[in-house]
Design a protein around this ligand. Sequence first.
Ligand SMILES: *Cc1c(COP(=O)(O)O)cnc(C)c1O
Length: 432
Amino acid sequence: MQICNNIDTNEKGNLTFAGFDTVELAKKYGTPLYLMDEDKIREKMRIYKNAMTKHFGKGSVPIYASKAASFKRIYKIAEEEGIGVDVVSIGEIYTALSAGYDIKNAFFHGNNKTLEEIEFAIEKGIGYFVADSFEELEKINTEAKKQGKTQKVLLRITPGIDTHTNKKIATGNVDSKFGVAIATGQAYDFAQKALSYENIELSGYHCHVGSQVFDAETFIDAVDIMMDFARDVEEKTGYVPEILNLGGGFGVRYVYSQPDLDIENSIKEVGEVLTQKCKEVGLPKPRIMMEPGRSIVADAGMTLYTVGTVKQIKNFKNYVAIDGGMSDNPRFALYDAEYTVITANKATLPKHYRCSIVGKCCESGDIIQEDVHIAKPEMNDIIAVLTTGAYNYSMASNYNRLRKPPVVMLSGGKDYVAVKRETLDDLIRNDL
Ligand SMILES: *Cc1c(COP(=O)(O)O)cnc(C)c1O
C-alpha cells in the first residue's frame, strides 16, 4: 500500500508518480527535481469546492493559501478551477497578476504589510485585505481614500484555540503574533474601528487556528467562538458579517502513522454545526471560506535526488547524502517535519537499511529525515522524498549558492516544466 494513490511501483521495480517512472524523470530532467501532479492538485481543489458549496451553501469557496507553493502556473490552475487565493506579500500578488489571475478573488494576509504592499494591492484592485492590526486598518483606510476607493476587509481574529500541534505552526492562541484576540476584548474594538472608517467596507471575520489539523472538532470550535463573537458585535453595533473565513490547516499524511483525512466528511460535520449555530445566535449563515494550503498541494509533490555518498559509521549510524538538502527542503531543520523516503530505483526491495538522509549544505542540521528504513542505496541511486508539494519550493533558498531545482508538472500522462532550474548566471544576476 502506498501513502497516496498517485504513487506506485512498476515492473522494473521503480517508483512511479502520477503514472510516470520517477527514475526516467530523474534521467530526463536531472536532480534535485521537484515533481508536481497537476491532476492531484485539481482533484483536491474540486473536493474542497464541491464539498463547501454543498455543506456551507452557495458563495462558499476554498481559497488556496498560495504560500504553500507559489509560482505562476499554480495561480493559473486556481483561476481555471474557479477558486480564490491567499497572498501574503507583494511578491505573491505580483506572481498571481503575472499569471493572469484575477486578484478580485485574492485575500491579502500578513501581520505586517508594508505601505508599499498596501498601496500596490489597492491600486491593482485586490479583492480583500485580511487586516491583522489597528495600525493596518488605518493605513488601508488612508491609502484607499487617497486612491478614491473603498476597500473590502476581513478582520483577523484570534479565537483562542490551542490546536496541540507544533508551536511554530499554531496560530489560533491568544499568545500569537497574528490577529486580535477575542478573550482580551480587543477584537470587539477592532470591529468597531473597522466600521468607523469611511473607505473600508467590513466584509466579515477571519480566523486561522494552525496547521496539520486532523479533526473537524477544531474548526467546529472556531465556528462556535466566531459566531458568538459575531453575535456580540451585532448586538452592540447591528453589524452582520457577510463572510466567515475559517482559515486553513487541514492535515496531510506525510507518514503512514498519520491519518488519511476525509476532507468532504470533515466539511460536512462543520457545515452541520454551522447551520445549527447560526440558528442559535439568530444570524444569517455567512458565506464560509476555508484556506487550504498544504492539503491542496502536499501530496501532489515529490522530490527526487541522486545519492552521492553513503557514510557508514561502524556500529553506530549510516548517513546517505543526496545532491540537495535544506536549500530545497528546510522543513526538518525548521521544525522536525516528517517525511516518507523511498529508494526510487529499488522501490520493491525490502526496506531494511536504517539511515539518515542528509543534504550537501555546510550545516550539521542539514537533514532531510532522520532514521528512515529504505532499500540500501548506493552511489547514483535515486532517492524520492514523498509529499513535498507544500512549503518546499516556496521555502527554498540559495544557501551555499545552490541552484533551486526546477518544478516539473505531470498531467494526463504529459510532463512539462513549470519553473526552470536556476542557472549559475541566475545566482549572480543581482551581484554588482
Ligand atoms: C498558512 C496559512 C494557511 C494555510 O495553512 P495550511 O496548513 O497550508 O493549510 C491558511 N491561512 C492562513 C492565514 C495561513 O497563514
